[in-house]
Every structure is written in C-alpha cells, then in structure tokens.
Design a protein around this ligand. Structure first.
Ligand code: TXA
Ligand code: MG
Length: 323
C-alpha cells in the first residue's frame, strides 16, 4: 500500500525526491491532474511508469520542468515563440511539443524525435523537480484509458497498491489536463486542455485544431480514453433521454447547469450551476468517477458550450463514450 504524505511539507518533498533518486516513481499533484513521475533520464524508472499504468509503449510521456534551463536540457529551442509562450503561460497548463535533445530517452518519447514539455503551476510539483535536480517525466496517475485523477482518492483506487508515495495536494485546480501544442510553423493543438486556445492565439496568432490525430503524432489520443466503466451516452439536453430505450435502466445524469426532473435519476451531478466552464472542467473527472461508482447503470452526459474550456470538456466527453 502507498503512503499518503502531505505535499506541503518540505520534509515530505525530500522523502519523495529521495525515492525518485532511487528510481522509484512517485505520485504528485499538478494544477491539472495528478501525475505519476520518474526522473526523465532514468529509463528503468520511466519503464516502471508504463508498468504501473499498464500503458502501451507507443504513448509518449510529458516532461515536467521547473526552469527554462531544464527546458533547454531536454528540448531544442530554435523557435523564439517558445520563449514568448513560456513567458505568458508558464508555469501553467501548456505542453509544448519540441524537437528532443539526445539525452532524453526514446522510452519517454515513444520513439519520436519530439518531446512534450511543460512547467506545472503547482508548488509541490515544482519543489519536487527542484529537490530531484532533474526534470520529471509524468503521465496522469491513472490506469491506461481510465479516468484522470483530480484527487488522491482517485489515484489510490487505481494505482494505490503499486506506488510507494503519493504526495497529497488536495483537489487539483483545473481538473483537466494541459493543452498540448505542437510547435510547427503554424502550431497545432493536439489536445484541447486547461489553457484556452483563444488565450494562446492572443499571444502567437492563429493555431490549427487537429481533431483527428495521425496515430504516430499523438498516440495517446486513442478514440476511447478517460472511459468510465459504465456505458456513457452524450445528449443535447435532458429532454432527449425520453427517446432512449436505455431509460428503463437506473440512470445517472451528468448535467451542465441544471436538472429539471431530479427524481427521474438514480444519481446525478451538476458540473456548474453558474454555467462557469472553468468550474465545470474542474469537476468533470471527479463527477464522472462518482457517477461511475454510484447506483446508476448507465450515464447520460449533457453537452456543454464548445467555447474556452468547453472544448476541453467536450473532447474528453467524446472520448469517454463507448459507442
Ligand atoms: O496536464 C497534463 O498534461 C498531465 C499532468 C500530469 O501534467 N499529464 C498528462 O499526461 O496528461 P498523459 O501522459 O496522460 O498525456 C500526455 C499526452 C499523451 O496523449 C501523449 O500522446 C501526448 O501527451 N504526448 C506526449 N509527448 C508527445 C509528443 N512528443 N508528441 C505528441 N504527443 C505527445
Ligand atoms: Mg492521461
């Protein structure tokens, strides 16, 4: 069983860093979701991440840094816009895909010549990287293709028996993963995430949205990802549920702002009563976890407006469906 340690204690950061130095992965919070980290330069340790997550090796891992010096240690930075983006959005939920430096193991990049890098906006994550003295390669701390963890309980449930230390930082700020940007002449958004695409465009101009990823470019963008165990159906509005034959089952409802007929549902969650997409995103994975564990046999999820963080929510919702 894992030890859950308060991540805000300097002593616990030291403990976790010591474990990382020995080659043992640890779980830590970021501002997006919890990550399962290893020293990026320690291949054996990175391999353990794949093992713990039951993740296929064709899925590359994001490298977390605490300084621009570390950026240059892992990536080739020729594009000035990288520094502009870093200045505006780091530390923060933006991952940049850049040409990799030789010393970054191919295991981290799944054989690609590029590496995904980001500087997390979380004091525990940054302290841990600094204490280790090296960047930390870390995917989300969930089992492959399962829901991402936004709280320690989510981590415990999925991989708690396989890791030694979980640093507790409470509920993560955003609750959805970072936005991934491939730095080409016209940059391409490979994954909509916690940083709004509109914000990126304000700084570097128009970017492309890649909805259907070529397999090799972002192998992690498999069609079903973030899936709950129960069937999940996306609907436009509550009324639509009447038309589904599954309405005879015990229904769980993930609503955006409100529910008219609460009695109709065996279980329900409202993402944001105010209609605030930031709040909705931060609740998204947590509520899906809860609906997945609750009494419902099937989950209906209502669409949200596809602006700002709504894009990130809808992308994850689409991946969570089983059809
Ligand atoms: O917010 C986040 O990004 C969280 C926290 C822990 O930092 N991490 C995260 O990692 O979501 P993960 O492994 O669950 O998702 C990383 C995604 C994968 O879909 C992977 O395919 C993509 O990033 N990726 C990583 N390196 C890449 C590369 N060189 N080229 C294309 N895609 C890459
Ligand atoms: Mg993930």
């Amino acid at each position: 069983m894992s030890q859950i340690l308060n991540g805000f204690s300097a002593q616990n950061i030291k403990k976790a860093a010591a474990l990382l130095k020995k080659g043992e992965p640890v779980v830590f919070p970021t501002e997006t979701v919890y990550g399962l980290g290893a020293n990026v330069f320690n291949k054996k340790s990175v391999a353990k991440i794949f093992e713990i997550k039951e993740r296929p090796f064709f899925d590359p891992i994001i490298v977390h840094i605490a300084s621009l010096k570390q950026l240059e240690e892992v990536a080739e930075v020729k594009d000035e816009r990288v520094y502009t983006l870093a200045q505006h959005f780091w530390p923060g939920p933006l991952t940049l895909i850049l040409p990799k430096k030789k010393k970054v193991p191919y295991l981290v990049t799944a054989g690609l010549e590029t590496v995904g890098v980001r500087m997390p906006r979380n004091i525990i994550a940054l302290s841990l990287i600094e204490e280790l003295g090296a960047p930390i390669a870390a995917p989300s701390a969930n089992l492959f293709s399962q829901l991402s963890p936004t709280k320690v309980e989510h981590v415990e449930k999925q991989i708690g028996h396989k890791v030694k230390i979980i640093l507790d930082g409470g509920k993560t700020l955003y609750g959805v993963e970072s936005t991934i940007l491939l730095m080409e002449e016209t940059p391409v958004v490979l994954r909509a995430g916690a940083l709004e695409i509109e914000e990126i465009e304000k700084v570097i101009g128009p970017v492309l949205l890649k909805k259907k990823m070529p397999k090799v470019l972002a192998p992690g963008n498999l069609k079903t990802h973030y899936s709950p165990q129960k069937p999940l159906i996306i609907i436009k509005s509550e009324e639509e549920i009447k038309n589904w034959k599954e309405r005879n089952k015990k229904i769980g409802f993930l609503a955006f702002q409100k529910i008219k007929n609460k009695k109709f549902f065996a279980d329900y969650k409202i993402l944001s009563a105010k209609g605030d997409l930031k709040e909705a995103a931060s609740n998204f994975f947590d509520y899906l976890h809860q609906l997945d564990e609750g009494p419902a046999e099937i989950i209906f999820a209502e669409i949200v407006p596809e602006v700002g963080l709504g894009k990130a929510i809808m992308e994850r919702l689409n991946k969570a469906t089983h059809q």
